[in-house]
Design a protein around this ligand. Structure first.
Ligand code: DOR
Ligand code: ZN
Length: 351
């Protein structure tokens, strides 16, 4: 096969940051995707609908001329979120989900939820409104090994949560373990998961063997190869419960190559091509379209994109560095050669 035509994909989990970074991150998102679900972990976080609306306007100002790419917003849940804010989020038409960061789990999660119990009435309201809960599924208990934090979250938090709120729609974002995959696969249709390119292509050996490679450091952290295999099987298995969410999370090179490096891999320079590599390795390129372009839209109750994109078998080398607001950034798989490349798209009419 020399070329592959797909419905234009969407990214159901990405980080754009704010300020000067938007001039780089927004065009990168708009190049390969129709829509992007933008994470709210700014500093300070996006905790109100008014702030989400402003942030969305800022993002739209950075959209390349002629692009029809759409940012979809998420509200950052805290112990103090007001129930009225959730109602306003639901009514806004801009906010498609509410992001749950366990406090301290990852980048800019300090204002996250300290105990699930504290937000139970909010989850009940989200269930009533049918507003999806987007989970960073890791416990923060320092006694729990970092490689076990997702599996323990599923056992201690997610399993009781799913039982307690039987109609709440839940996305286990960036699932990284066999336990996570098994939980989602066995759950009802309202419980789904996104999968990143790095967790499909890499495992903890890439991060830790033969030298410490900070550009593979993200959270949840890359796991053993058996987990990677479970993720590949889930993504390529044709189930509508697993779909694309890159978790593209840019940090300047200096913040990654440091004695205390930040978590996050930037993948929007080649997201679709990296997923294509994972699917081709699994002999499942024919399943890429469902995963990348159909299942996420179906879950969020949005129309699938009408436009298409073409992947061509044209080897190309990924850049060693890019720019993030004027600072160097090292993207995922920097310098590697990929077999598939997305053909340039024609500018689309504005909606
Ligand atoms: O690796 C990560 N980076 N994981 C997260 O959960 C947050 C993200 C970021 O914002 O940099
Ligand atoms: Zn993320």
């Amino acid at each position: 096969m020399q070329s592959l035509i797909l419905t234009l994909p969407d990214d159901w989990h990405l980080h754009l940051r704010d300020g000067a970074a938007l001039a780089d991150t927004v065009p990168a998102a708009a190049r390969q995707f129709g829509r992007g679900l933008v994470m709210p972990n700014l500093r300070p976080p996006v905790v109100t609908v008014a702030r989400a609306r402003e942030y969305r306007e800022e993002i739209l100002r950075a959209r390349p001329p002629g692009s029809a790419w759409k940012p979809l917003m998420a509200l950052y849940l805290t112990d103090n979120t007001a129930v009225e804010e959730l109602r306003a989020a639901h009514a806004s038409g801009l906010i498609v989900g509410v992001k749950y960061y366990p406090a301290g789990a990852t980048t800019n999660s300090d204002s996250g939820v300290t105990r699930l119990e504290h937000v139970a009435p909010l989850l009940a309201e989200m269930e009533r409104l049918d507003l999806p809960l987007l989970l960073h599924g890791e416990v923060t208990d320092p006694e729990v090994d970092i490689f076990d934090r997702e599996a323990v979250f599923i056992e201690r938090e997610l399993t009781p949560l799913a039982r307690r709120f039987p109609a709440l729609r839940i996305v286990l974002e960036h699932v990284t373990t066999r336990e996570g995959v098994d939980f989602v696969a066995a759950a009802p249709a309202r419980i789904v998961a996104t999968i990143t390119p790095q967790h499909l292509l890499f495992n903890r050996n890439h991060l830790l063997a033969g030298g410490l490679r900070p550009h593979f450091y993200c959270l949840p952290i890359l796991k053993r190869d058996v987990h990677q295999a479970a993720l590949v099987a889930a993504a390529t298995g044709g189930s509508g419960k697993f779909f694309l969410g890159t978790d593209s999370a840019p940090h300047p090179r200096t913040m990654k190559e440091s004695s205390c490096g930040c978590a996050g891999c930037f993948s929007h320079h080649a997201a679709l091509e990296l997923y294509a590599l994972a699917f081709e390795r699994a002999g499942a390129l024919d399943r890429l379209e469902g995963f990348a372009s159909h299942f996420g839209a179906d879950f969020y109750g949005l129309p699938r994109n009408a436009e298409t994109v073409t992947l061509e078998r044209t080897p190309w080398q990924l850049p060693e560095t890019l720019s993030l607001g004027g600072e160097p950034l090292v993207p995922l798989a920097a310098g590697e050669t990929l077999a598939w490349r997305m053909a340039a798209r024609q500018p689309q009419a504005m909606p």
